[in-house]
Ligand binder design. Structure first.
Ligand SMILES: Cc1cc2nc3c(=O)[nH]c(=O)nc-3n(C[C@H](O)[C@H](O)[C@H](O)COP(=O)(O)OP(=O)(O)OC[C@H]3O[C@@H](n4cnc5c(N)ncnc54)[C@H](O)[C@@H]3O)c2cc1C
Length: 379
């Protein structure tokens, strides 16, 4: 056991754990961030980086308010992280088109525009021709689109690293290849964590282990259901600009990156823990992408990859403290929006750990014990 005692240990060096460590370090807490492999090597590296608060959620979704608040944090955060770490997270705020490729989808999107506008958000319905005037490369299959001027994107791996590096510069200790094997608790209080290299003493623990977050809790008799939803992605390079905005459609999105890259995602395979890229997955994506953007056919191949989105049974993340075990907090299950939700998650969890914000009513739907409660009620 090393002699130092930390205020907090954060388990998992993906975007969520790194953001949590960053906001804790900003409060002046002594923090250690423990990552099983390399920092940001799992879902956070696979992400396309969309900040699609409005494209991903309807205004009546319990996550909508948090998602919009998180998106709003990015401009200031990008400058702050650049200042601390020197890393440019590639924030682009050029908007997003959520497109329909048939009349049924168009009708559905029109209903969602009304909801969004009623909630006070900016959204605009565009006919197929209006969408093609904005993005000339879109095909005739596009029957209409919602323009979300405030959705945008970042470079996901850079965001993770910028959070971690900034946390380190603020005093956090970062350990890679440091798998946490057990959480040590005595008399209902956190005492530390056990790693491959021995015990680390701390008063508080935040679990941000992505889809693996439930494993450490099973030991403590706490059930935190999570499952993987594998997503495959590929990228191409183009010499003439193909798109300005993110194009988001049912089962396929196109994300134009700096330097003439275009990221195309993503397949959806529930329960699949392997990260192999399959021919089947790529064919599915290529066909959908070419139907939306015929010009992609002439692009140069770059690479393909896959990652595991951490999903929960009700599609909402776990955010908050674990009742009955003082000092234990969870930030996991962000499914397909962990990049977007990382700033608000890190900030809220750090505030809860500091003893403020814990009673926030808006966080009720995200309580980590919500399934345990149902089970108890059901008995
Ligand atoms: C293909 C794809 C595209 C996506 N696109 C977007 C997008 O455009 N926009 C968006 O907002 N989101 C997107 N997402 C979702 C986003 O990537 C995830 O929600 C987010 O990365 C989850 O972050 P995390 O830190 O919880 O998990 P992870 O990044 O998986 O990190 C968890 C970390 O915990 C570590 N760990 C686990 N157990 C332990 C342990 N016992 N000890 C130490 N370390 C441990 C793991 O090694 C891992 O590094 C996408 C995801 C995928 C797969």
């Amino acid at each position: 056991m090393n002699g130092q005692k930390y205020d907090a240990a954060v388990i998992g060096g993906g975007v969520i754990g790194s953001a949590t460590a960053y906001y804790l370090a900003k409060q002046g807490k002594s923090v250690i961030l423990l990552e099983n492999e390399r920092l940001g090597a799992q879902a956070s590296r696979a992400a396309a980086g969309m900040l699609a608060a409005q494209a991903e959620m309807d205004a009546d979704d319990p996550l909508f308010e948090l998602a919009v608040a998180s998106r709003r944090m990015f401009p200031e955060l990008a400058a702050e992280l650049k200042e601390y770490s020197g890393i440019d997270i590639g924030l682009q705020r050029k908007g997003l088109l959520k497109v329909a490729v048939n009349e049924a989808q168009a009708e559905e999107l029109k209903r969602s525009v009304s909801l969004q506008i009623a909630s006070g958000s900016r959204a605009e319905w565009l006919s197929g021709d209006e969408a093609r005037r904005l993005e000339k490369g879109l095909s005739e299959h596009v029957a209409g689109a919602i323009g979300f001027a405030e959705d945008g994107q970042v470079n996901a791996p850079e965001l993770s690293f910028a959070f971690a590096k900034s946390a380190a510069l603020l005093g956090a200790e970062i350990r890679e290849y440091a798998e946490v094997r057990r959480i040590a608790a005595v008399n209902g209080r956190i005492e530390g964590v056990e790693t491959r290299a021995g015990r680390i003493a701390c008063d508080q623990v935040a679990i941000a282990g992505g889809v693996w977050s439930g494993e450490l809790l099973a030991d403590l008799g706490i059930r935190l259901p999570l499952y993987p939803v594998k997503g495959e992605v590929f990228s191409v390079v183009h010499s003439v600009p193909l798109l300005t905005r993110v194009i988001f459609s049912h089962g396929c999105y196109l994300v134009p990156k700096q330097g003439g890259r275009l990221v195309v995602g993503a397949t959806t395979r529930e329960g699949d823990y392997d990260r192999k890229v399959t021919v089947d997955g790529l064919l599915e994506l290529m066909n959908k992408a070419q139907r939306l953007l015929p010009g992609i056919a002439g692009c140069e191949w770059e690479k393909a990859w896959a990652g595991l989105r951490p999903q929960t049974p009700d599609g909402l993340p776990y955010l908050g403290r674990v009742e009955g075990l003082e000092g234990l907090y969870i930030a996991a299950g962000h499914f397909r929006n962990g990049i977007l939700l990382s700033p608000i998650t890190g900030r809220l969890i750090a505030e809860m750990m500091a003893g403020s914000g814990a009673e926030d009513e808006r966080l009720r739907p995200f309580r980590p014990d919500r399934f345990a409660e149902h089970e108890r009620k059901g008995r």
